[in-house]
Write a protein that binds this ligand. Sequence first.
Ligand code: AP5
Length: 252
Amino acid sequence: MNTNQEGWFSGGDSSCRPEQPVAAHPCRLVLLGPPGVGKGTQAELLCRQLRACHLSTGELFRAAKRNGASSPMMQEALDTMQRGQLVSDEMVVSMVRERTQCLRCCGGFLLDGFPRTVSQAEELSRMMEELGVTLDAAVSYELPLEEIVDRLSGRRTCPSCQSVYHVTANPPVVEDQCDHCQSRLMQRDDDRPEAIRVRMEAYQSETEPLIDFYEQAGLLQRIEASGSPQEILAKTLRLLKERGVSEQCLTG
Ligand code: AP5
């Protein structure tokens, strides 16, 4: 159910307008992988196929930055993010808790960037248990470090419509200009080399342990993330199908 994501961005009781019919079986996935591996790119492609909603915690923070941080706590979180460090579990979990309607949504979801620590994963399991819903799989994208650094350092984003480009792999038609709204493309603050290094370290120490966490839960699906976005999408859909993730949500 590709929605306008109002429920996710506004929180509380806000609800979304479905733009597609809801799939017969809602797909509920967690996307894992190092910064820049292509989770956001795959989430956008997958949510059209699975009719699920792309829920990104990083996008919540970037939206708060665009709108002007609403509290000292949010400003502190944005400073933390700019340095490439992880925001506190307490803050991220409370943001997701304010949006539990998205976790129980009949359209399903693709969580991108949450959970990012074992404590967040345990909290997500608790929230889902309380809501009476289950996760279908945790998809872990994997790529050699040098390719990841190339993807991150070449990323350009549109500050108006948030479209994502890559200077060589997915360039805009006109250099530095968004194809959709013609705004001037920018580089994310945390895609500077020093912040990339901090993000990689945070991934290795805090997020990589989630691979074992979801493997032990029997939910892990590893995916080698080389190739074009469409090739990786096809691989992901094939492996999800092989895992028995309901065919009804794999609409193709
Ligand atoms: P977040 O926004 O989640 O960032 P991230 O995990 O670092 O992931 P990225 O958005 O950088 O990369 P991606 O894997 O989505 O790659 P993309 O598809 O854009 O989080 C940002 C920050 O917020 C964190 O550092 C933290 O501070 C905070 N935060 C968020 N959630 C948190 C949480 N739960 N706990 C604590 N803190 C939290 O692709 C990258 C580039 O590669 C693009 O240019 C794209 O065009 C290109 N590309 C994609 N696929 C391909 C391909 N197949 N071939 C060639 N190029 C490709």
